[in-house]
Design a protein around this ligand. Structure first.
Ligand code: PMP
Length: 385
C-alpha cells in the first residue's frame, strides 16, 4: 500500500501543496507569480512573527540558509559561538570555519542542553560577533528555549542566529519580540513544502552588520547584495531577476503558508504540542526511553526513541515499512543504530500517530520486545480525550 512518511522531513504534504507543484510553470516575472512570491514573503513574516524582518527565499536546502547567514555576517577573524545540541550544531561549526571565523563550540551531552550560566560565562570571555543555536536538533529531538539565549546575545551585543529547520511553523517562535537576528529554515519540514527552498528572516541589525562589512561576501550565490533587491522587488510586487526562482516551489510555499496562517499559527503550534506530548507518553508507557533527558526540553516536531535492548534497527524499520509506516533511523554517528526517530509535524494528525504507534507495537513484538499489546494506543487516546 501507499506508505505513510513519518520521518522528520520531508513530511506528508497537503494535497493543495502537491497540486501547486504540478501547475504549468509560468515566468518568474509574470504578474500572477510576482503576486504569489510577494504573498509568500508577507506570510513568512506572520509565521516567524517578524513584522520588521526581511525575508529571503532562495532555491537550495536548509544548509544553504545556514550558509547564507554565515557568509553574510562573518568576516575572517570574527569570533563565533556555536551552542550545539547535536548533529546540526557541528554542521554550523564547519560552515563558520569555512568563512574564517574563530569558532568556539559549547557541546551538550547527548539528550541534554547547555545551561544559560555556561553560555553567559563564555560570552564574557571575548567579544563574539555571532552565536548560533539549533532550536530543535533533528538528531536528538532536543528543544532549546530561544528567548533567554536571544536576551543574552543582546546583553553582550552578539548577533543571534537560530537554526529553525526543524522548528519553524511547529514550535513557538516570536523572532521580533525575542530579538533573534536570523531565523532560518527549509521548506520540507513543518513549513510543509517539498524540499528545495532555503528560507530565512533577517533582522534590521543583521542587515546593518552585513552593510557595514569591510570585505566582500566570499560567496557569490549567497550574497545578500544579490538577493535583497530581488526580495524587496517581490515584496513591492515588481518584476526583477538575479537567479531564476523555483517557480512551482514558491507557489507551493504560498499555498502552504496560507493553509498554516488560516488555521492560525497559534493553533498549529498547540496541535504539535498536544500530539507530541501524547506520543511521548505513549512510547514511555511500554518502557521506551527518549533521547531528551527532560520532558521540558523534548521537541514537539519529532521524537527520538532508544530501542529496547535486543531490538535491531534494520529489522525494526523493515517491520515498520511492512506496515506501511516509514520512520527514520538515528543520525548521531556515535549512537546511530541505537535509536529511531519519528517526525510529527505539519499536517500530521491523530490518525497518523495512531497508525504509527500500532506499527511500532507490531515491529517491537516482531523483533523480540515483550509488552502488553495495545498499551501505547490506550495511553495515546486517553491523553487526547
Ligand atoms: N538543521 C536542522 C536542524 C535540520 O534538521 C536539517 C535537516 N535535517 C538541516 C539543518 C539541514 O537542512 P537540509 O537537509 O535541508 O540541508
Amino acid at each position: 500500500g501507499r506508505k505513510l512518511l513519518m520521518i522528520p522531513g520531508p513530511i506528508e504534504f497537503e494535497p493543495e501543496v502537491t497540486r501547486a507543484m504540478g501547475i504549468e510553470t509560468t515566468s518568474h516575472v509574470a504578474p500572477d507569480f510576482i503576486e504569489s512570491f510577494g504573498n509568500a514573503l508577507d506570510l513568512m513574516k506572520d509565521v516567524w512573527k517578524a513584522p520588521a524582518g526581511q525575508p529571503f527565499v532562495v532555491a537550495g536546502s536548509g544548509t544553504l540558509a545556514m550558509d547564507m547567514a554565515a557568509a553574510n555576517l562573518i568576516e575572517a577573524g570574527d569570533h563565533a559561538l556555536v551552542i550545539s545540541t547535536g548533529y546540526f550544531g557541528k554542521r554550523y561549526r564547519d560552515i563558520l570555519l569555512r568563512y574564517g571565523a574563530k569558532v568556539t563550540v559549547l557541546s551538550a551531552a547527548i539528550g541534554d542542553v547547555i545551561s544559560l550560566e555556561e553560555i553567559e560565562e563564555e560570552l564574557k570571555q571575548k567579544q563574539y560577533k555571532l552565536l548560533t543555536f539549533t532550536h530543535v536538533d533533528t538528531s536528538t529531538g532536543v528543544l532549546v528555549a530561544p528567548e533567554p539565549i536571544a536576551l543574552l546575545a543582546q546583553k553582550y551585543k552578539v548577533l543571534s542566529v537560530m537554526d529553525g529547520v526543524c522548528s519553524v511553523a511547529g514550535e513557538a517562535i516570536k523572532q521580533d519580540d525575542w530579538g533573534l537576528d536570523v531565523v532560518l529554515t527549509a521548506s520540507q519540514k513543518a513549513v510543509g513544502v517539498p524540499p528545495g527552498l532555503a528560507l530565512l528572516v533577517a533582522s534590521e541589525r543583521a542587515l546593518q552588520t552585513w552593510k557595514n562589512r569591510k570585505t566582500l561576501v566570499p560567496n557569490y550565490y549567497a550574497d545578500w547584495g544579490n538577493w535583497l533587491p530581488i526580495m524587496k522587488a517581490y515584496q513591492e510586487r515588481k518584476p526583477s531577476y538575479f537567479g531564476t526562482p523555483p517557480v512551482n516551489l514558491i507557489l507551493a510555499l504560498e499555498t502552504s503558508l496560507k493553509i498554516i496562517t488560516s488555521e492560525g499559527i497559534q493553533k498549529r503550534i498547540a496541535k504539535h504540542m498536544r500530539l507530541a506530548t501524547a506520543f511521548r507518553l505513549a512510547v514511555a508507557s511500554i518502557g521506551l526511553k527518549i533521547l531528551p533527558k527532560n520532558e521540558d526540553y523534548a521537541a514537539n516536531t519529532l521524537t527520538a526513541v532508544y530501542y529496547p535492548i535486543g531490538v535491531q534497527d534494520a529489522e525494526f524499520r523493515k517491520a515498520m515499512s511492512d506496515r506501511d509506516i516509514i520512520v527514520a533511523g538515528g543520525l548521531l554517528p556515535e549512537i546511530k543504530t541505537t535509536y529511531f526517530r519519528v517526525g510529527h509535524m505539519g499536517s500530521v494528525s491523530e490518525k497518523d500517530l495512531v497508525a504509527t504507534l500500532s506499527a511500532i507495537e507490531y515491529a517491537l513484538s516482531q523483533t523480540g520486545y515483550a509488552f502488553e499489546i495495545g498499551t501505547t494506543l490506550k495511553t495515546f487516546q486517553q491523553k487526547l480525550q
